[in-house]
Ligand binder design. Structure first.
Ligand code: AHR
Length: 547
């Protein structure tokens, strides 16, 4: 492939990228088939994940009521405001691996009297040098169930709580459900909840039954986990709610985990109130001469060669086959597909070294590459809207694929935040089939030629609005693309584009607005196909008004 340095390619305003006529020269084509629905895009696909890990809770979300940093009852105000704008739908808490060492009782009652406990991650080898002790290592439990559920109320999101299956009992779990959901005044725990400031039940619907039970969540076999899953989830009082249990699913492509668990559950007659099967998939580079060990194989978040740009997007694209492969296995036992996939951890994971502060374990910078990865992944979820009922990007702030970076009073929106903002228009829409054809982007993987699709995307309908989102993966090529919408006439197009002046660009605490989306509005002069030139290394949303 002829490649030119992306550095120095100037950003062209969206309007200049649009032609309202047929183009002989278009090298790529997108067809939107408005008459071929796939499924409703669950707003929960736009979910988040909060773990007591490094700077996620302490410094990220929780600044404390007496802080000079603007806050609502101790919760960072800037974060609340920015989250409300992108309609966060659901937040998973308190882990992750942390969840299977967490006792919910430690985090309720007067804050001054809560116990201090070693955090699950206290000994992690990834801690930045000279990281001081503090609540990130020895949890002071200032942020517990009430604080988290208050956070969800403030941002208008559903809570999704992960039960401790490895180190607490099923009875402890039932009592957590009682504390959160039993009617006002009905039980001793409901009275404790009222004494802690919340008389009415929180009505928590989503409950995760363990986390990574094949690993940090207990190192179980699928059969052992199936027995635990049943013990935890059967006969839990509903308190009038439609509780949705989410099973701890596979690590990436481990189909045996899915098959053996579903087979064991099917032996006892079915899936009960299991609504979701959790899949985790992180993207990291393992190809450029590194070992496949997940701790060793990671690349840098900011200083990467072009090959790593492509390889990371290749890793992200694997999400599509993970969804279809696990779905097929689940269907061998759950023929009606009552249980959907919940991708409750996804994103890019880099080696340590770009964190904004030495208390931010697994903190990393987030460049335009991460924005493209986010768009690519969300588009995959839309294309499988019939299979994926929830997804949670890992993790919200100061951690892996974060939408925010914050330290003390500084607060930054990462390029991935802007993608969530641009893509929010898809929430609740009807996903429709799209056909993309574009030249592939080639690169060198350990001396062997490899390639990934040049363009990726999805479309959805909502009323008279058609949303088409597209990622251009190529670091150098603008893609002139003919776009044909079948079954509808377009009369106005609003185009929002996110790109950068170089492929390493990012928003930092010192330069927080280096990357921001640009919007332009265009009148469509004919009902036919039109041409749009997608800038290199970009994420674009075309919002079309149909007649
Ligand atoms: O997100 C960081 C960790 O990655 C989570 O705690 C765990 O579930 C996964 O392995």
């Amino acid at each position: 492939m002829k490649r030119r340095d992306f550095l120095g390619v100037s950003m062209i305003a969206s309007a200049a990228m649009f032609t309202n006529r047929f183009s002989q020269s278009a090298e790529a084509r997108i067809e939107v088939l408005t008459g071929e629905p796939i499924g409703r895009i669950a707003p929960e696909i736009y979910g988040h994940f909060v773990e007591h890990l490094g700077g996620v809770v302490y410094d990220g979300i929780w600044v404390g009521e007496n802080s000079k940093i603007p806050n609502a009852g101790g919760i960072r105000r800037d974060l609340i405001d920015a989250l409300r704008k992108i309609k966060p739908s659901v937040v998973r808490w308190p882990g992750g691996c942390f969840a299977d060492s967490y006792n919910w009782r430690d985090g309720i009652g007067a804050r001054g009297e809560r116990p201090r406990r070693p955090n699950f991650w206290v000994d992690a080898p990834e801690w930045p040098k000279n990281a001081p002790d503090g609540p990130w290592k020895y949890d002071t439990n200032q942020f517990g169930t009430n604080e988290f559920l208050r956070f969800c109320q403030l941002i208008d999101a559903q809570p999704y709580l992960a039960a401790n299956l490895r180190s607490l009992t099923a009875k402890d779990f039932y009592e957590w459900v009682d504390y959160c959901n039993s009617p006002a005044g009905s039980t001793t725990l409901a009275e404790m909840r009222a004494a802690n400031g919340q008389r009415e039940p929180y009505k928590v619907r989503y409950w995760g039954v363990g986390n990574e039970s094949w690993g940090c969540g207990g190192n179980f076999t699928p059969e052992e986990y199936a027995a635990e899953y049943r013990r935890f989830s059967e006969w839990v009082p509903r308190y009038g709610l439609n509780l949705e249990f989410i099973g701890s699913g596979p690590n990436g492509g481990d189909l045996a985990w899915s098959r053996r668990f579903f087979a064991r559950l099917a032996e006892r007659g079915g899936f009960g109130r299991m609504a979701g099967w959790a899949l985790h998939h992180y993207s990291w580079n393992v190809s450029q001469g590194r070992t496949s060990d997940w701790r060793q194989g990671k690349g840098d978040a900011v200083n990467y060669p072009v090959e790593e740009w492509y390889e990371l997007l290749y890793q992200a694209g694997i999400m599509e086959s993970l969804i279809t492969d696990h779905w097929a296995v689940m269907g061998e036992f759950d023929r009606q597909h009552r249980v959907k996939l919940v991708v409750d951890e996804w994103g890019a994971w880099y080696k340590p070294g770009t964190e904004s502060h030495n208390t931010h374990l697994l903190g990393q910078q987030s460049t335009i590459r991460d924005a493209v990865l986010a768009g690519l992944t969300l588009d995959i979820f839309h294309r499988h809207a019939d299979k994926v009922s929830m997804a949670n990007v890992a993790q919200l702030i100061n951690c892996l694929h974060s939408l925010f970076i914050a330290h003390e009073d500084k607060f930054v929106l990462t390029p991935s935040y802007h993608v969530f903002d641009m893509y929010a228009a898809h929430q609740g829409g009807q996903s429709v089939r799209t056909v993309f054809s574009a030249p592939r982007s080639s690169y060198n993987r350990n001396g062997v030629r490899a390639s990934i699709p040049g363009l990726n995307g999805s479309a959805s309908l909502q009323g008279n609005q058609l949303i088409l989102t597209v990622t251009n993966h190529d670091v150098a090529q603008t893609r002139e693309t003919e776009i044909a919408v079948r079954g509808a006439t377009i009369n106005e197009i609003s185009i929002t584009s996110l790109t950068a002046t170089n492929i390493h660009e990012h928003n930092s605490l010192d330069n927080p607005r280096a990357i921001e989306p640009k919007t332009s509005r265009i009148e469509a002069r004919s009902g036919g196909p039109f041409v749009y030139r997608f800038p290199p290394a970009s994420v674009t949303r075309l919002q079309m008004t149909m007649t």
